[in-house]
Write a protein that binds this ligand. Structure first.
Ligand code: F6R
Length: 264
């Protein structure tokens, strides 16, 4: 994994935006972008939105696939991930809503909905770049600790910790759904490239464990160690418990990486 340590959250977003834009240029108009919700990628989306606004990037024919969706919210609920993606990705990035998808957590049969979602991703030619955040317990998508490392899009029960972490988006933890439909770890591993953005001390333990610890279902994000092309972009706080920081700073310097992403 390429680990880029940046000064602050704004720089994390700028580096990740540059990387995603690079992949978009390389793949062309039909690029398929995997999008995470939550707080972590907001600066990345803001960076991409600025590129779209001033004409450096055109995503009007691009595809987007959300990682996950809650189960149990009414359709159109402002915190459903379909709505969050519309507000934070589709509209600011001027994407075609018909090409933006989320797992259908509202479907009566979630197994069928999961299989359909896998089919949609396949029909778009697979995901070219997957944008990820990480949960404080090491989840990616909503693949909680002890999920299968080979799973496909499936229904999960959210842990009390994840529900507590996400309570800030609702009126209280009781309002956070108990279940979700998420891309599996196997689905995420199929993306051509992945970029994870992480900010803040609250994620430092998970970051140290999944980057430098063993590959284990205990720490779902550690499965990314098995992916051929993953970039992890961290702010100083998120990187604060890593051991090999000298190596990362020397090998994947933040400013040099950004310049390189902008070049080609
Ligand atoms: C969101 C998702 C989650 C989040 C993670 C971090 O679609 O799949 O894995 O990326 O929970 O959330 P934030 O960024 O809000 O801390």
């Amino acid at each position: 994994m390429k680990v880029i340590i940046c000064e602050d959250a704004a720089q994390v977003g700028a580096v990740a935006g540059a990387k995603v834009a690079q992949v978009c240029r390389r793949v062309g108009p039909g690029v398929a972008i995997g999008v995470a919700t939550g707080s972590s990628p907001l600066e990345t989306y803001a960076d991409l939105a600025a590129r779209v606004a001033d004409g450096r990037l055109d995503l009007s024919r691009a595809y987007a696939f959300a990682l996950d969706e809650y189960v149990g919210l009414p359709q159109g609920h402002p915190e459903s991930y379909a709505e969050v993606v519309r507000r934070t990705v589709t509209e600011p990035l001027k994407m075609d809503p018909a090409r933006v998808h989320a797992p259908n957590g509202f479907a009566p049969d979630l197994a069928i909905a999961g299989a359909k979602y896998e089919g949609l991703i396949k029909a778009a030619g697979g995901i070219d770049i997957q944008i990820l955040g990480v949960g404080s317990n090491g989840h990616i998508g909503f693949n909680e600790p002890m999920s299968s490392l080979a799973s496909r899009t499936h229904k999960v029960r959210l842990t009390p910790r994840t529900r507590a972490d996400n309570a800030r988006f609702f009126e209280g933890v009781d309002q956070v759904p108990e279940y979700a439909l998420t891309q599996g770890l196997g689905t995420i591993l199929d993306a051509q490239e992945a970029i994870m953005v992480v900010q803040g001390k609250g994620k430092a333990e998970a970051v140290a464990a999944f980057i430098e610890g063993p590959v284990s279902a205990r720490m779902p994000a550690s499965v990314l160690q098995l992916h051929k092309d993953v970039t992890i972009v961290l702010d100083e706080d998120a990187a604060s418990l890593l051991e090999f920081t000298d190596y990362y700073r020397h090998t994947y310097n933040c400013r040099e990486s950004m310049a390189q992403f902008e070049e080609n």
